[in-house]
Design a protein around this ligand. Sequence first.
Ligand code: FES
Length: 322
Amino acid sequence: MPQPVTATQDERLTLRVRAMRREAQDVLSLELEDPTGEPLPEWQPGAHIDLRFINGVERQYSLCSDPSDRSGWRIAVLAESPSRGGSRYVHQSLRVGDLVTASAPINHFALVPADEYVFVAGGIGITPILPMIAAAERRGIRWRLAYLGSVAERMAFLDSPHIAGGDVVVVRGDVDGRLDLGAWIGVPSEATPVYACGPERMLDALEALSVDWPRGALHLERFQPKAFGESQGAESFEVVASRSDLVVTVDRGCSILEMLEGAGIGVPSSCLEGVCGTCETAVIEGAPEHRDSILTPDERESNETMMICVSRSLGDRLVLDI
Ligand code: FES
């Protein structure tokens, strides 16, 4: 019996592109497999992988296949304009048979138990939602989806059986105008959480709406960093790496991650923008100034972990479990 491929968060898998398919205008899907045919690691709906191409660019992509199919993973890539290098490489250079390097699946967008799920997807943000819908259906949990796009030709997976046959409102901006998200969602409860992935403007609008919702009702997945103003934290602070028994000073303009790496402490990292979660580090003491785009309000308040590629310190000392 084939042994599944495994990888920890800081290990990388070599995968082969098994198939590529045009899913919509400017959207290509990739199927990735282990070159030796071994089953890939398990994952749950909402998970993403960090993918590194031979041009050195590394990007995050949601898994959008069926988690029970361990023979391969599917992702979808939108041709960004302007591209920062990842989507241009996929659309112009990557071919079937090429090798890529991937992280193990990482999930900061997992489904919580619920009576009903409300999904909001904007454009390529449909990708993490598809396996969530499949999981809800398998568990017999009600769900509804608002799928927003500019024009139908740019909306991937419109022919998916989940979208074609489910409780779905498809909103094409050129024909339907804008959906009043507040009216469509109503006021969710903790038992009817809202999961959303899409463009910044849509996610910001949902965050603004959610101020009157129960805490924890809104779950967002961002692939672009949130805009933060100037740091309100300490100009300069000390970081104690407790397991390594080392202290580094972090000045304005440097990140904790950079200073630790400079002192010889290797920390897994990928996006360096606070969106992938790879550098998440446990906090033992001190008050982080969270500047990432991942942690929920409750997680920020608990100060149990922080993303050390972007987050800083409110006080003059942090002790990290590293
Ligand atoms: Fe991606 Fe820090 S490296 S969140």
